[in-house]
Write a new protein. Structure first.
Length: 292
């Protein structure tokens, strides 16, 4: 990875000088590359120099400095409240109507989009401040519910965040209850099935877990490595050696194909992982302690 990441830095710097309007995108890639190389201080400096506060907070969260991450997430919230108020006022003036009235109401309460509260809630949970965390989850859910009513949406994914909180805390039945809320709205969403399967695995209800994973695999995801990894893990827990080995072989072939397909990439890393660092884990496979 070393030679690739060094080359990436050179290419990203060249790209930035040629395409100034894409400075932020280039800065994000340089930041990710530095962090991948273990140069955390460089990554933080890039984040600070370019106003990438979500990345900066994500780095602190990844490094276990949740107090520092919380401070930045709270700063982001205050900035977004200010921007939301300004945008609400402009929209209400230029395009009065139900949507503008909704934004104006949220702004008058000092509130923003429900998802903005989730990083704060998750970080508070990591710090053991559970009552504060649950209050933020509830706020996020309530705001999102009203948002869906105004904008004619049907699925409230805010329950997923609270479900992951309960999963992280080891309250697996409560986690399942939250995931079920999402699936009741739309049973064809994949992530709640994966999350619920993870909770079932932790509870030892392996048949139910396998049912959820098999559902995802039949929805055009038959070659998804995460789902197949979870399926293989279930077979391993069931002591079903033949099916486990079969899945493991298929996963190995998929990984080889992935490497062949991505061989020309300068850097192969999920940029979203740093942004998602406020979450409890990058994937449910990671939560279970198994390698994808």
């Amino acid at each position: 990875m070393g030679s690739y990441t060094q080359k990436a830095l050179v290419d990203f710097d060249r790209y930035t000088s040629i395409n100034g309007e894409f400075l932020q995108a280039a800065a994000e890639n340089i930041l990710i590359t530095y962090y991948t190389m273990g140069k955390t201080d460089n990554a933080v400096q890039i984040a600070q120099d370019n106003g990438l506060k979500n990345f900066e907070a994500g780095i602190y969260a990844k490094e276990g400095n949740n107090e520092k991450a919380l401070v930045i997430y709270e700063e982001i919230l205050q900035e977004e409240i200010k921007q939301y108020k300004e945008q609400a006022q402009t929209d209400y003036k230029n395009e009065p109507g139900e949507h503008a009235a909704y934004m104006r109401k949220r702004a008058s309460l000092g509130e923003v989009d429900g998802q903005t509260y989730v990083p704060i809630a998750n970080t508070l949970a990591k710090l053991g401040r559970d009552q504060e965390a649950l209050a933020y989850y509830e706020k996020s859910i309530q705001i999102q519910a009203e948002y869906e009513e105004v904008y004619d949406r049907t699925i409230n994914f805010s329950y997923m965040n609270r479900g992951d909180y309960y999963l992280y805390k080891g309250n697996y039945q409560r986690a399942i209850d939250e995931y079920n809320r999402v699936l009741t709205q739309d049973n064809y969403e994949w992530s709640p099935h994966t999350a619920r399967a993870t909770a079932y695995i932790k509870m030892g209800e392996l048949s139910k877990a396998l049912e959820d994973i098999n559902f995802n695999l039949t929805q055009g995801n038959e070659n998804d490595i995460e789902y197949k990894t979870l399926k293989a893990y279930i077979y391993k827990l069931q002591n079903n050696t033949s099916l486990y080995e079969q899945e493991a072989k298929e996963i190995d072939e998929l990984k080889k194909e992935e490497v062949r397909r991505d061989k020309d990439l300068i850097i192969a890393i999920d940029q979203g992982k740093l942004i998602r660092a406020h979450k409890f884990f990058d994937s449910y496979a990671e939560f279970l302690g198994i390698e994808e």
